[in-house]
Write a protein that binds this ligand. Structure first.
Ligand code: NAD
Length: 426
């Protein structure tokens, strides 16, 4: 293994999305970095200083010394490979490791003796050693653990979150040997002032990551479930939570739609590995069922309150606030569920790309919130900053007298039902 402080120590980051790009930028502050992405358009955008995820500014991109390549063969030989490609689920909610496998093939073909390959993608415990290592060995002809080494360092960034950026969150690292763990600890701690935590081994680090997100999913599912119970009891969930939160150890979760490619996906990775050991993961899958059913639940409740063929305006379509990422957005399910009930739905999202919305879901975004006549219902579905700052007068003008204002994300906390319109919350 190379001395990391030698001038020619080079790191290649594979997969330059929400996780890989900010990490590559951070690593490039101290090391020589190549960034490889299989999406050629992404590579040319990054070369021209554009990050469409909005995580990295143009100035940072242009100012970084990263060499962006669309073909790993064109990259300078590396000492360390960091893999941050997507790990989604397939149509049957099973782990889809195809990007991870294909990235491992590409890296394997470029491996040299002494190299270290660190995976950052979220996986189930065992995936790095059982799925990726054999591919690296087969492609490189090198022996894992002797001629090259594995590492795992889960990513904890939170898209759109300017507070918990990659350098401000403790990084868990684990290597195949103690020497590799220490090497990774030195590399990551050089660029992450928050520091590193050395996990016992790779499987422990993989398990830690996957339970972080599964725990969040389950906690939100619990609050979603109690919000459905409270509705039947005629209780206001916000008021109940405000009271309960005064206890020091009450966990502060809110009801809502769970989308995206982490919280709603990672529990299935944990369930998958549990089932492989013949264990039936009850809570994990119950959480998924509840959260996956929330769009249909909200649509059903709204339908009961609306007259037939109502006009509905949905504010926000992305999977979370202040990000443009539309993948696995539960709001899309909500739009479809409302439309199936015979209502006419229009969508406004100032952050989502209209072309992406059309390409991914065949839906059309309104160019502005303006309407020729007020709507029967407005749904605040995503808490983008511009929606939080809508003046109450504007909201009022958008909805018909006795219309419905649905706030799914606590966007307008001060709003309450008046004679003029009804407010509905989870
Ligand atoms: N986004 C998050 O908030 C977050 C947080 C923590 C962990 N993670 C995990 O990190 C991993 C990456 O997630 P992301 O959000 O950055 O994904 P992403 O979709 O934003 O980016 C992945 C990038 O990898 C590229 N890619 C796909 N296959 C490739 C291949 N074979 N070779 C090279 N490049 C390839 C894609 O073109 C894309 O640019 C996932 O496992 C995810 O679960 C994500």
């Amino acid at each position: 293994m190379q001395n990391i402080w030698q001038n020619n120590f080079r790191i290649t980051v594979v997969g330059l999305g929400y996780v890989g790009l900010p990490l590559a930028i951070a690593l490039a502050r101290k090391f020589s970095v190549t960034g490889f992405d299989a999406d050629q358009q992404r590579v040319s955008e990054l070369r021209s200083g554009e990050d469409r995820t909005g995580e990295v500014s143009s100035a940072e991109l242009v100012g970084s010394r990263i060499e962006f390549v669309g073909d790993l063969k064109l990259a300078a030989p590396s000492d360390l490979f960091v893999i941050a490609v997507p790990t989604p689920i397939d149509g049957d909610c099973r782990p889809d490791l195809s990007a991870l496998q294909s990235a491992s093939h590409a890296v394997g073909r470029n491996l040299n003796p002494g190299n270290v390959v660190v995976y950052e993608s979220t996986v189930y415990p065992g995936a790095t050693e059982e799925v990726c290592a054999p591919i690296l060995e087969a492609e490189s002809g090198l022996l894992c653990g002797e001629e090259f080494f594995l590492g795992y360092s889960p990513e904890r960034v939170n898209p759109g979150d300017r507070e918990h950026t990659v350098d401000k969150v403790i990084k868990v690292v684990a290597g195949q040997t103690l020497k590799v763990t220490e090497l990774l600890a030195s590399i990551y701690s050089a660029v992450i002032p928050a520091g590193v935590y050395q996990a016992t081994d790779i499987r422990t680090a993989e398990a830690a990551k996957v339970i972080e997100n599964a725990q969040r999913d389950i906690n939100i599912a619990f609050i979603n479930e109690v919000s459905m119970i409270f509705r039947r009891l005629g209780l206001d969930t916000d008021s109940v939570l405000a009271a309960a939160r005064t206890k020091w150890n009450f966990l502060d979760f809110r009801p809502g739609l769970v989308g995206g490619h982490c919280i709603g996906v990672d529990p299935y990775y944990l369930a998958h590995v549990a089932k492989k050991t013949n264990f039936d993961p009850e809570i994990i899958l119950a959480g998924r069922r509840i959260n996956d059913g929330m769009a249909a639940y909200v649509a059903g409740e709204m339908d009961r309150l609306l007259r037939a063929s109502s006009r509905v305006l949905v504010l926000g379509l992305t999977f979370k606030e202040n990000v443009s990422d539309l993948r696995n957005s539960q709001v899309v399910d909500l739009v479809k569920a409302i439309a199936i009930k015979g209502h006419h739905v229009e969508i406004f999202d100032p952050i989502a790309s209209p072309d992406d919305v059309q390409a991914l879901y065949g839906l059309t975004l309104k160019p502005s919130m303006e309407a020729t006549e007020p709507y029967d219902a407005i749904i605040g579905a995503v808490a983008h900053d511009p929606f939080r700052s809508i003046a109450p007068k504007i909201l009022d003008s958008l909805v018909k007298p006795e219309g419905l204002l649905v706030d799914l994300k606590g966007i307008w906390p001060d709003l309450s039902s008046t004679d003029r319109c009804r407010v509905w919350r989870l």
